[in-house]
Design a protein around this ligand. Structure first.
Ligand SMILES: Nc1ncnc2c1ncn2[C@@H]1O[C@H](COP(=O)(O)OP(=O)(O)OP(=O)(O)O)[C@@H](O)[C@H]1O
Length: 361
């Protein structure tokens, strides 16, 4: 048994009946006990993958292995999976306790009622809903319903937990609280978890690793910090990070990178960071807003269009080639709207992409 490949997805493809190819040759693996976030914009195929893992959808091609064994032909109920749906899917006419016990009192492996109640009680304690046992779902808050759905998914002690945007119906503050609770709960139970979200901050905060998708293709499968520090391509660089990364159109010549307002000597970049030889031509230079900062020796001068306060920091906004660009500065720096500032780039934090999005530096 290879614990590094507790879940293994191999060359998965899904073409829906209408011909839409939602998943295009996707392969990844999940380590036993890890909480992995499947991240990506709406429509990128996250739910399709969860449904294939759960057995609710058949793949067009490819294989899925749990613990080294292919499950493609195994019925959903025999895959030992817990699924928490976006809308919780609780039974409205049942109490919380009846909802949580339900998976244990139906089907071939049903347990005696007393035993089912004992197990349900254990998971209701873990998810802190014991005192809600006799309530109906309609009387519960979103966060409480969420906990019931998680308890119900865990009672069968599945080997894998799938969660599809489980926090999307909660308000911002509750999302932060519940995401921490989910992480600590799944870690204490030790269950291998795949958690779908479109929210990069959520993924960065709870994922042991993140798999970022776009248009049915994996863009990066990595530790959270690497999406930030070493994005694989232009899409990743722009999807992850808040405020979003700054992009500048540049032209490369033999010795220089030239934009409409600044010129960088190629000798100022680190040779070892080039991923390949760069022919002269058009590229995109991208840099995170905290790495382009006011400095009297800056590369270029610009006017501050606007300033946004975000907690302990401020975002300076300016216009470059008709696009908005941002610089992240601390609260104390005495700069105000309308000021002229010179901005300097930390060259070792610059990325270069081809117009097609390939990272070349
Ligand atoms: N039954 C279906 N028939 C045809 N196309 C489908 C079907 N279900 C989903 N799709 C399409 O497949 C793509 C992937 O859908 P999926 O629901 O997996 O995306 P997602 O990343 O989970 O998005 P969201 O966050 O909006 O749920 C989308 O373009 C969607 O329109």
């Amino acid at each position: 048994m290879d614990n590094n490949k507790f879940v293994e997805v191999k060359n998965l493809r899904k073409v829906y009946d209408n011909g839409h190819e939602a998943i295009k040759n996707v392969s990844f693996s999940v380590k036993k006990g890890d909480l992995v976030c499947l991240l990506g914009p709406s429509g990128c195929g996250k739910t399709t993958i969860l449904n294939i893992l759960a057995g609710l959808l058949n793949p067009t091609e490819g294989d899925i292995l749990f613990n080294g064994k292919s499950v493609v032909k195994v019925a959903p109920k025999d895959r030992h999976i817990g699924y928490v749906f976006q809308n919780y899917a609780l039974y409205p006419h049942m109490t919380v306790l009846q909802n949580v016990m339900f998976p244990l009192i139906v089907g071939a492996n049903k347990k005696p009622k007393a035993e089912a109640k004992k197990i349900a009680t254990k998971y209701m304690e873990l998810t802190q809903i014991t005192e809600l046992a006799d309530q109906k779902p309609g009387n519960l808050s979103g966060g409480q319903q969420q906990r019931v759905a998680i308890a119900r998914a865990l009672v069968q002690e599945p080997q894998i937990l799938l969660m599809d945007e489980p926090l999307s119906n909660l308000d911002a503050r509750l999302r932060l609280k519940i995401r921490e609770e989910i992480r600590s709960l799944v870690k204490s139970v030790g269950i291998t978890t795949l958690f779908v979200t479109h929210d990069q901050e959520e993924a960065l905060s709870i994922g042991d690793k993140i798999i970022l998708f776009n248009d049915g293709v994996i863009q990066q499968d990595d530790l959270g910090q690497n999406f930030y520090l070493e994005p694989n391509n232009y899409f990743v660089a722009n999807f992850v990070g808040n405020p979003v990364i700054d992009n500048f159109k540049i032209t490369k010549t033999a010795n220089e990178l030239k934009s409409s307002q600044f010129t960088i000597d190629l000798a100022d970049l680190e040779e070892s960071r080039f991923k390949r030889e760069l022919p002269d031509g058009e590229y995109i230079l991208s840099i995170r807003p905290e790495n382009i900062v006011p400095d009297p020796d800056g590369l270029f001068e610009t006017t501050v269009d606007d300033i946004e306060l975000i907690g302990r920091e401020r975002i300076l906004k300016f216009t470059f080639d008709n696009e908005q660009v941002r610089s992240l500065i601390n609260l104390e720096t005495p700069i105000k709207r309308g000021d002229q500032v010179k901005l300097k780039m930390r060259f070792n934090r610059v990325f270069l992409f081809t117009p097609e999005g390939e990272r070349v530096y």
